[in-house]
Write a protein that binds this ligand. Structure first.
Ligand code: SF4
Ligand code: SF4
Length: 88
């Protein structure tokens, strides 16, 4: 799949279906706190988590999305999406 040729929606669904955050030690399932389960924090339309606040390691570097999209940052759940962090 060539990322340049797909729509934002398709890209987001690729990110969500390949995200590895649930295996990360920093991950908290917000649905356990009455919210919605979250994933794909690196994606611009998603960004920071509403319930993850503690950074206890980040496994984004080993995620297929990370290499596929040429990402460069970490801790998207606490620091914001790739785009947000690029602007900081
Ligand atoms: S790079 Fe990180 S935040 Fe983005 S999809 Fe992969 S595990 Fe999730
Ligand atoms: S963005 Fe990084 S630190 Fe946050 S849950 Fe995903 S893998 Fe873990």
């Amino acid at each position: 799949m060539e990322m340049g040729e797909i729509s934002m929606e398709e890209k987001m669904s690729y990110v969500l279906s390949n995200c590895m955050c649930e295996k990360c030690s920093s991950y908290k399932n917000c649905s356990a706190e009455g919210g919605k389960k979250e994933l794909g924090f690196c994606f611009p339309k998603i960004g920071k988590s509403v319930c993850i606040t503690e950074e206890k390691g980040c496994i984004c570097g080993s995620c297929p999305v990370y290499s596929k999209l040429g990402l460069r940052y970490m801790y998207y759940c606490t620091r914001g999406s790739e785009k947000d962090q690029m602007a900081m």
